[in-house]
Design a protein around this ligand. Structure first.
Ligand SMILES: C[S@@+](CC[C@H](N)C(=O)[O-])C[C@H]1O[C@@H](n2cnc3c(N)ncnc32)[C@H](O)[C@@H]1O
Length: 380
């Protein structure tokens, strides 16, 4: 809510920005000139952002980022790699340099820039960049997407469960769930590292990761905490694939996998901590609330316990656009979930019966927010 002083200042600011003579004076003044140039650059970045994203995509898709990971290369070498003409390769290289993805190392030798190096070292970020080819096709007409009450998007087909596909006759098979499960497993290390750095699982005996996908989060926690017992619950086809994957890693004695629908089927008993990692934000409020009630019941039956929620959250420190702008549109195209602010999740947790709720700071909130909530034993 804005105070009358705030709205007085906002009126003045709007009048000045709308005044051409003020704008010209401000852009030439030493103090205001800096502010005007900074705001112009920010606005230009918003206007041009899609082109930047496409440069990033082309560099990953054509294998340029990967090929520069350990060596710098000449333009003719990159021409041979990409099949582009020399002129187009130079154009792409200049675009990449301007975005700090690439840099000249010596005359005609290209290497990775600061952002390019971070990207090259992260399979997780590269797989998200490639996935965005589909995301941006769905967002190509944002007005149509915003108007359509039931948009038939690529993301809806990709995230088969988001349209309640698990209730289809025979349920979802591996062909329906395989692609998103691989993407989640590839991007999970970014999240697991943030959670493990911020939360100590050593006081717990048994972690149940609900919606745990191919078990990549459970794997990371198991490897960091050798004494902890773990279970993963996910749709039957995903749980089967997780079981096979974890057996291959020699972890099946530590991590049990169970398949089912977390809205309807019995959840595995016995855990003193449950995690929902990138699960709640996929679902609209009524379904997310129903899932929290089910987790609360499960923990109460065993005499109380803790729930850990890790996912991108709205109003993240220093990254408000991630929750509201990026995930706002992404989750709309996917089918109706939303990124929630910690306070909104807190209210939903209280409604489900949790009593102590704590927000835990993570080092990179744009990758994941973190919240823990406790519940005591059955009150009846
Ligand atoms: C966005 S993915 C997150 C996977 C994993 N937690 C991670 O962060 O990598 C959501 C997971 O919830 C699972 N899921 C969605 N609806 C489900 C349901 N009704 N019952 C069980 N699992 C479900 C999906 O199969 C998927 O593995």
């Amino acid at each position: 809510m804005s105070s009358s002083t705030d709205s007085g200042w906002i009126d003045l600011r709007d009048r000045l920005i709308g005044n051409e003579s003020f704008q010209r004076w401000a852009s030439r003044s030493p103090l205001f000139g800096w502010i005007v140039r900074r705001q112009s650059r920010r606005l230009f970045d918003l206007v041009a952002g899609f082109s930047y994203t496409q440069v990033l995509y082309a560099l990953v898709k054509l294998g340029v980022v990967d090929s520069l990971r350990s060596h710098s290369r000449s333009i003719p070498q990159l021409v041979a790699l990409t099949g582009l003409t020399e002129e187009r390769m130079r154009l792409l290289a200049k675009a990449g340099i301007s975005l700090e993805l690439l840099e000249w190392r010596s005359r005609d030798q290209l290497g990775l820039g600061l952002l390019g190096k971070v990207l090259a070292e992260s399979e997780a970020i590269q797989s998200m960049v490639l996935h965005h080819a589909d995301v941006y096709l769905d967002l190509a007409d944002p007005v149509a997407l915003l108007r359509d009450p039931n948009p038939q998007t690529r993301l809806r087909r990709y995230w088969a469960y988001a349209s309640n596909g698990q209730h289809r006759e025979g349920g979802l098979g591996i062909d329906d769930v395989g692609d998103y499960s691989e993407l989640m497993a590839a991007s999970q290390p970014l999240v697991a590292q943030q959670v493990l750095d911020a939360y100590d699982f050593s006081g717990h005996r048994h972690l149940l990761d609900i919606g745990g996908g191919l078990g990549r989060f459970a794997q990371a926690v198991a490897q960091a905490h050798p004494g902890l017992q773990l279970s993963v619950f996910d749709l039957p086809a995903v749980a089967l694939a997780a079981e096979e994957r974890l057996r291959g890693l020699g972890l099946s004695n530590r991590i049990a996998c169970k398949g089912g629908d977390f809205f309807a089927d019995r959840l595995p008993m016995g855990a003193d901590i449950v995690s929902l990692v990138r699960v709640l934000y996929d679902h609209p409020d009524d379904r997310a609330q129903a899932l929290l009630h089910r987790v609360a019941d499960l923990l109460r039956q065993k005499g109380g316990g803790r729930l850990l929620i890790a996912e991108p959250m709205a109003q993240a420190d220093g990254a408000p656009a991630m929750g509201d702008a990026y995930f706002g549109l992404y989750l709309l195209a996917m089918g109706g979930g939303r990124a929630r602010a910690p306070a909104e999740l807190g209210a939903m947790l209280m409604e489900a019966g949790f009593d102590t709720i704590r927000v835990i700071k993570t080092a990179i909130p744009v990758q994941t927010g973190l919240l823990v909530a406790d519940i005591s034993s059955d009150r009846s």
